[in-house]
Structure formats: C-alpha cells, structure tokens
Design a protein around this ligand. Structure first.
Ligand code: ADP
Length: 360
C-alpha cells in the first residue's frame, strides 16, 4: 500500500473523537466521494530520533505492515495511510458496536454457550493471525470490539495492532510490553516470545469473562506480576459455582507457564468446551453461565480505571511538554512500549526483573 502524501482532509471530513491512546486520537472520518464512514487513527510521529514526543515512524510502519497482512472478518481492516512530516493517519474500518465487555455487562444473564460464540470468533481471528506468524501481544478487553451492537449474531473485531509483531523464520523476539493483568511469565522474564504469548492472554480473558475476577490481579502491579510468576490462581467455589468443568479445563490448558505446552488457537477451537462432542456437553454449556453480578462489578471498575488513567496520562503529558531534552535510550524504550490507557507494564516489568534478579 502506497502511503498518501496529501492531507487526509482533502479526501475525508474529520468528525468526533472515538478514543484516545498514547499515540494521539481515533476520530470518525467520512469519505467525501462515497459518504462512507471510516475511523482515522491520528498518530503523531517523532520529528527527530532524539525527540521525546511522538511515535517512531518505523513502529507505525510495522503496524501498517501487520494490518495489511490481516484480511479477516474479525480483524479491523486497514484502508489507507496518510503521511505528513509530523503525523501519520491510518484510515481503518469504523467499528460501531463498542467493547464486547460493555455489551455483555448490559445483559442480565449470559450462558456459557453465548459466551463461547464470542470466544470462537476471537479464536478464529487469532488462529488466522498466528497462521501468518503474527502475534498481537496486547489482547485484553479494551481491544475486543463489536462491529455493530445490535447485529445478530454480534460480530467481533480485534483492534490495536500497535504492539503486534510478525515473526520471521527462526527469529527470536523479546519484549516487555503489554498490560500486567494479561501478560504471561515469559514477558516478565524477558524470555523469547511467540504466538503462544497471546494464548495466555486468552486464558486470562476467558477467566474474567466467566467470573468477573482477574486471576492474578493484586493491589499493586508488582504483586500481580509475582502472582503470575508463581502461577498463583484458583477457581474460588463461591464465584465459579455457575461454571462448567470443561470451561475450567479450557482455562487450565491456557494458563501454563511453558509456552510450548499451552493450547494453540487451533487446538482451542476443537477443545470440547468450544466444540462439544456429546449432547451432555451441550446441555452443560447451556446450563452454566457467566457470574453476571461479579462481571458487572469488574467492568464498572475497569471503566473507572480507564478514565482515571486517561486523566493521569493527560496530566503527565502536560508536565512533559515543556521539556525537550533528549532522553536516554532506556527511556525511549519505555515510552515505545507503553500500552495505552491501562496500566503501563514496561516500567513495572523491568522493575520486577531487577528486584527478582537482585534477590536471587
Ligand atoms: P492504542 O494503540 O493507543 O491502544 P487503539 O488502536 O486501541 O490505540 O485505539 C484507542 C481507542 O480508540 C480504542 O480503545 C477504541 O475505543 C477506539 N478505536 C480504535 N479503533 C477504532 C475503530 N476502528 N473504530 C472505532 N473506534 C476505534
């Protein structure tokens, strides 16, 4: 795809803000020639390599490359890219249904069978992505949206490929990016990553979806990371009393320390919880359900935390702006890895590693 060097305003009317990230904003776009709605991801790019503000151009180019390789009904499609000296604009499919978790939180009752219909679409998208040797590396509720809210059945769309990576043959890739609650031990240990890294996150998302509890989350990020390394999680009976045994088995096979032992997306799709073999298994899925009371609580807290972090991030940006001194290489790396408005893992993960290595 050739990058366009004209202004995005020449071809599109720019509308309201749909969301924000550390890169800039996502806004609605209306294509003048057709009237079609799109979303524009406006990313401020760094003017100089030493500059503190903006995203490195190479990082945006990698995000574009990944999106170009991914044509799938459950993955946000890329239409066009505009480039100017200070900004790049990714024109992408407009996703109108909001976040999956918000959609579920509005319901009174959701059976496991209904939850599986969503999970299946997520797994199909991830299976497709992994077949192209691409890992997302930031799977979490904020990045799972619905194309249209009231469609039956609702259609999942995965978004935000800002941390995604396409593996070359035999390549060893390490990164400490992600969001504490959802990252596997190999990210904290700065070990080699693979597509299996995403599968751990799917285990965490499934656990939360069914229970409204986050399996490893603790009061501080550092304690959350410790719980992950210690594999400290359980299925408390008073929370999981509506959950089927097959659902727990599914999660167990994803929250596995050794990445090579985790189920792949393809294996998940034929796990008997997702693809039942007997009538009894089907009946069990219909009888079991999401713990809605707890799920609604989790989601309300998550939304509150997101807006709190957004305010905190804006304040931090305001404080940063007057300073233009070149930053150290380590600082550059930290900012590159910051994963949107949720917790910022990089600092915590490296802090954790330092502590762990100094204590052993
Ligand atoms: P970041 O890379 O900072 O995480 P995202 O790509 O996740 O940024 O976008 C930030 C927010 O913008 C999302 O959480 C979502 O609310 C909104 N958003 C992103 N892409 C779209 C889209 N295609 N359609 C509608 N809203 C979107």
């Amino acid at each position: 795809m050739a990058f366009k060097h004209v202004n995005v305003e020449d071809l599109y009317d720019i509308g309201g803000v749909l969301g924000s990230g550390h890169f800039g904003q996502v806004r609605t776009l209306t294509e003048r020639s057709t009237g079609t709605q799109w979303a524009g991801k406006f990313i401020k790019t760094r003017k100089k390599a030493s500059s503190r503000l903006g995203v490195e151009k190479g990082a945006v180019e990698r995000e574009v490359e990944v999106l170009q390789a991914l044509h799938h009904p459950n993955i946000m499609a890329l239409k066009d890219v505009f480039e100017s000296r200070a900004e790049m604009v990714l024109v992408v499919e407009f996703i109108d249904g909001g976040e999956l978790f918000d959609f579920i939180a509005e319901k009174d009752n959701v059976s496991e069978s209904e939850a599986i219909e969503f999970l299946k679409q997520i797994l199909q998208a991830v299976d497709f992505m992994h077949s192209k040797h691409i890992a997302h590396f930031d799977l979490k509720p904020e990045n799972i949206m619905l194309s249209v809210k009231d469609a039956a059945p609702p259609n999942i769309k995965l978004i935000d490929f800002g941390l995604a990576h396409q593996f070359k043959q035999g390549e060893e890739y390490k990164s400490s990016c992600g969001t504490p609650q959802y990252i596997p031990p190999e990210v904290i240990n700065y070990g080699p990553l693979s597509t299996a890294t995403d599968m751990w996150s799917i285990g965490v998302i499934t656990y939360i979806l069914l229970s409204g509890l986050s399996p490893f989350q603790d009061y501080t990020d550092e304690d959350t990371l410790k719980n992950i390394l210690a594999m400290k999680y359980e299925f408390p009976e008073h929370i999981f009393n509506m959950t089927s045994d097959l659902a727990k088995d599914f999660i167990h096979k994803l929250l596995v320390t050794d990445p090579s032992e985790r189920m792949t997306a393809n294996e998940c799709l034929i796990h008997q919880w997702i693809k039942p073999l007997t009538r009894k298994q089907v009946a069990n899925r219909n009888r079991s359900s999401i713990n809605m009371k707890n799920f609604k609580k989790f989601n309300a807290k998550r939304k509150w935390k997101m807006s709190f972090n957004m305010v905190r991030m804006c304040n931090r940006l305001l404080r940063l702006q007057p300073r233009c001194s070149p930053s150290s290489a380590a600082d550059e790396h930290l900012r590159d890895c910051e994963s949107d408005t949720e917790d910022t893992v990089t600092k915590t993960a490296s802090l954790m590693r330092r502590r762990l290595s100094s204590s052993t």
